[in-house]
Design a protein around this ligand. Structure first.
Ligand code: F6P
Length: 328
């Protein structure tokens, strides 16, 4: 079999572990492997390179993706797709592993519909993919947020300040809820649930009077709509409101892309290894249109279509628990 592999959409720590697993498991089964650079764009532009065992040496500890990533506009057009089909056929690639988030899985579905055996691996720090408890990159991103919160808490305490910290997640609050519960945020604001900023202001004010004068409010970037479209970032909007309403000394920190980088954690490397290996097994056993998920501490395979249409919901119990723990 000739297996192509690509990473697409926003990069995520642990993608390299998945690439390594796909390459080495495929070679173990005597398959040929081709690395496609810059996501779906690379199929069209022909940036496709043969890979061997050495191509994936020393990459486990590296964040990002050695294959690089892109969001391809041309692949969205019928002409772009025609070219992609031609390029894959010319090289004789008959199996494809697509590593990425929701948009990438949709691309994988398109390739599968062209008649190439295709398997998807969920990789996005947002963790918003259905049919899997975790996607590659989420754990590392949450740990990065926790590290930042620890540092911010030091200075928040020293100066008796309120810190509003904005985290990524696109239009979901998975990062905010996970980091808020484990980092001890005093409040967590996410797009999935309505919130009362005035009530939060009243609580902050009341607790400042009772002697608790420093707090961290975690805000998901998508709180007020698509982060790429809103004029003022959600963090700034919340922070400015709190400052004006409470008079508390308030600072705003937008963590941004530092959440996407860094050496992957044990868990993201484990996901990469298990999911990558399973993707190859599926291909050599003739499967297509599948996504490799991780549910209840085990690999679980589902249809890509089902993963795309399943809306993943945050854990409301965890959110409730973090509010109780906050002690505001
Ligand atoms: O999907 C991952 C993600 O980091 C989101 O959390 C964020 O909204 C978006 O990508 C940022 O995209 P870009 O890197 O294109 O600015």
């Amino acid at each position: 079999m000739k297996i192509g592999i690509l990473t697409s959409g926003g990069d995520a720590p642990g993608m390299n572990a998945a690439i390594r697993a796909v390459v080495r498991k495929a070679l173990y089964h005597d398959c040929q492997v081709y690395g496609i650079k810059k996501g779906f764009e690379g199929i069209i532009s022909g940036e496709i390179i043969p890979m061997n065992s050495r191509s994936v040496g020393d990459i486990l500890q590296r964040g990002g993706t050695i294959l690089q990533s892109a969001r391809s506009d041309e692949f969205m057009t019928s002409e772009g797709r025609r070219k992609a089909k031609q390029a894959l056929s010319d090289l004789g690639i008959n199996g494809l592993v697509v590593i990425g988030g929701g948009g990438s899985l949709q691309g994988a579905q398109v390739i599968a519909n062209m008649g190439f055996q295709t398997v998807g691996i969920p990789a996005t720090i947002d963790n918003d993919i259905g049919c899997t408890d975790y996607s590659i990159g989420f754990d590392t991103a949450v740990n990065t947020v926790l590290e930042a919160m620890n540092k911010i808490r030091d200075t928040a305490f020293s100066h008796n300040r309120v810190y509003v910290v904005e985290v990524m997640g696109k239009n979901s609050g998975f990062i905010a809820v996970a980091a808020g519960l484990t980092g001890g945020a005093e409040a967590i604001l996410i797009p999935e649930i309505s919130f009362d900023l005035d009530e939060i202001c009243r609580q902050l004010h009341k607790h400042a009077q009772l002697g608790k004068a420093h707090s961290i409010i975690l805000v998901a970037e998508g709180l007020y709509g698509d982060p790429k479209e809103i004029e003022e970032s959600s963090g700034f909007k919340v922070g400015n409101y709190i400052r004006n309403q409470t008079g508390c000394d308030t600072r705003i920190t937008v963590l941004g892309h530092i959440q996407r980088g860094g050496t992957p954690t044990f868990f993201d490397r484990k996901l990469g290894a298990l999911m990558g290996a399973e993707a190859v097994e599926l291909l050599i056993n003739g499967a297509t249109e599948k996504m490799v998920g991780f549910v209840g501490n085990r690999i679980q395979v589902c249809d890509i279509k089902t993963a795309i249409k399943t809306k993943k919901t945050i854990d409301y119990g965890e959110l409730e628990l973090s509010h109780i723990m906050a002690g505001l």
